[in-house]
Write a protein that binds this ligand. Structure first.
Ligand code: NAD
Ligand code: UD1
Length: 339
């Protein structure tokens, strides 16, 4: 079975490539390296002792996608490629709509041309907006509060319309909660460009000395310790969720929707404490104002994925912190300048 992974050089994509190769899938990657480095794929090969085909190609260029499908008979696509920074999406929405929506349309058109009609799409818990209750189930109402989230919602709808028009499509919409952590080897991990927007990469750069302290965005939420609560999920568990989705996709299920989360919520303060324990470092922090657009708490009901995919997250908060720290200390400046 040959799987095309778009965005495969990125954070979740690279971890998923490892698990695909471990399961003996043939892997082809398309990535324009706009938010990643080819070094991640070299390390994927190093971890697995297996090879993959890499195309530095842009989903905005249909000819480049067509060339890949001409070279390979693809059985299914896992579609990670997209821009993902919420704040940036508010500043430059057209770039986000163009890249994420047009890129996906180009991909789907080429898939259609080559009669490859199996796709797994990276959606996000952001499509639930501010949920009325917790834990979040797949049937909850959907809404978006920023352009990034709107691209996820729109692509989900595009894919559902596509299925309504042609029942030969098989589509998995995987709604990720908060992916963190790194491969246990410490060879691949999250490597954000510039100052991280997200909590765990920020904490980890404080621990390594690249940043001075964490700003906690509000301690007056209606949560046990007043700080935001999220469903942090280890990226390897998340990658394995894709591996469990593929066999089901090949049984012609139509459209499937799954939450990929742990079902547990941890607060910002608990995350800082967990990281201190895992790294044996003091993490200085200060309380600042709430970040606009943030919700108090968010965690998944992952029961549907357990029942239908036989998948559940197994790694603990300490695993997430230890593996993030292992990656960060071995690669203090990410992929670019490491030993
Ligand atoms: P990432 O930025 O590390 O990976 C995305 C990859 O896509 C990058 O390597 C980038 O270079 C590539 N890319 C972007 N636009 C492209 C284009 N036009 N053509 C070719 N390649 C392109 O992000 P990630 O954290 O690995 O996220 C993967 C997917 O999961 C994204 O779609 C993201 O929106 C979604 N997601 C991520 C999170 C998260 O917190 N990391 C949460 C929910 C959903
Ligand atoms: C982010 C995205 C969301 C995406 C989700 C999936 C934003 C605004 N939202 O969600 O669209 O679906 O990732 O992973 O980027 N925090 C701090 N200090 C920091 C950074 C974060 O206190 O420096 C807090 C936040 O207020 C929040 C928690 O940590 O309570 C998690 O934040 P973050 O890691 O950015 O993820 P989300 O906002 O949940």
């Amino acid at each position: 079975m040959k799987i095309l992974v778009t965005g495969g050089a990125g954070y979740i994509g690279s971890h998923t490539c490892v698990e695909l190769l471990n399961k003996n899938y043939d892997v082809v990657v398309i990535d324009n390296l706009s938010n990643s480095s080819e070094e991640s794929l070299k390390r994927v090969k190093n971890i697995t002792s297996k090879s993959l085909s890499f195309y530095k190609a842009d989903l905005l260029d249909k000819k480049e996608i067509t060339a890949v499908f001409s070279d390979h008979k693809i059985d299914a696509v896992i579609h990670f490629a997209g821009l993902k920074a919420v704040g940036e999406s508010v500043m430059i929405p057209l770039k986000y709509f163009h890249n994420n929506i047009t890129g996906t349309l180009n991909l789907l058109e080429v898939m259609n041309d080559f009669n490859t009609k199996n796709i797994v799409f990276s959606s996000s818990a952001t499509v639930y907006g501010n949920p009325a209750s917790l834990p979040i189930k797949e049937g909850f109402p959907l809404s978006a509060t920023n352009p990034y989230g709107r691209t996820k919602l729109m692509i989900e709808e595009i894919l559902q319309d596509l299925y309504r028009s042609d029942k030969n499509w098989n589509i998995a919409l995987l709604r990720y909660f908060n992916p963190v952590g790194a491969h246990e080897s410490g060879k691949i991990g999250e490597d954000p460009f510039g100052i991280p927007n997200n909590l765990v990469p920020y904490i980890s750069q404080v621990a390594v000395g690249a940043l001075s302290q964490v700003s906690i965005f509000g301690n007056d939420y209606d949560t046990p310790d007043g700080t935001g609560v999220r469903d942090f999920i280890h990226v390897v568990d998340l990658a394995l969720g894709h591996i469990k989705t593929l066999p089901k996709l090949f049984t012609n299920p139509g459209v499937m929707i799954y939450n990929l989360g742990t079902g547990l919520g941890y607060s910002v303060l608990e995350m800082i404490k967990g990281f201190e324990a895992a790294s044996n470092k003091k993490i200085p922090y200060k309380i600042t104002r709430r970040r606009p657009g943030d919700i108090a708490a968010c965690w998944a009901d992952p029961a549907k994925a357990k029942a239908e995919l036989d998948w559940e997250a197994n790694k603990t908060l300490i695993d997430m912190c230890k593996d993030t720290w292992n990656w960060q200390k071995k690669n203090p400046t990410g992929y670019q300048k490491t030993q």
